[in-house]
Write a new protein. Sequence first.
Length: 255
Amino acid sequence: MFTPEQIAQFSELDYAIYDYVMKHSHEVAYMRIRELAEAVHVSPPTVLRFCKKVGCEGFSEFKTKWKLYLRETKRTAVISSQEALKEFFERTLTTDYERTILDAAAAIARADHVIFVGSGSSGILAEYGSRYFSAFQKFSVYIKDPFFPIYGHYFHNCAVIALSVSGETSYTLAQVHRFKENGSTIISITNRKHCTLANISDYNLTYYTTPERIGQTDVTTQLPVVYLLERLAKEMYRLLGRKTETIGKDSSSTV
């Protein structure tokens, strides 16, 4: 129903509508345009523009296509790992995205140490990230306690990698804000670009995986996060290796 090309062109309001449609798929199929607009806190013309962006002449056509989509898919199982990764690569691996990865890795390479923050499933991956980066000889720790005291002189020249699916987790935002106040470089990995965490970060990597829930539990896959963490660590290590080689050559030339 929604193609990667269409989603890439979404504005912040479009993404809010898209997010609501995905989370309330069956209710939306029977809503009026004004009801959907009120639920998302946008105007009916904004909903109409959204419909046209996804190839529909109006809201009625959108609902018809949406009902057909729901009838054809009837998704009872969660997205497979292969589908999730394919979705991620199709939506994100562009030249600009690759540049952001390299720039973020360079910022990490320049830092004296790396701090990981995140809660819930993102916290598990944050802990994994800290251990993975440490394996590449970069001092890295995961701060689990949201009330951990943060003082600037302890975190001089620090890069913070913040993980959050929604980008709106209050504990994570509070930690990131304190690090930002103390001059840390903030690198965030989120599932959508238009969120608070992405907006306050120096570098943001968005993986745009379709949100999934089982009952009230968010089971959105974070496989792309593992890929991004490992890419950042390896690019950082490659950059540090080049720096070491350069220093070695400079030292030998002065002897």
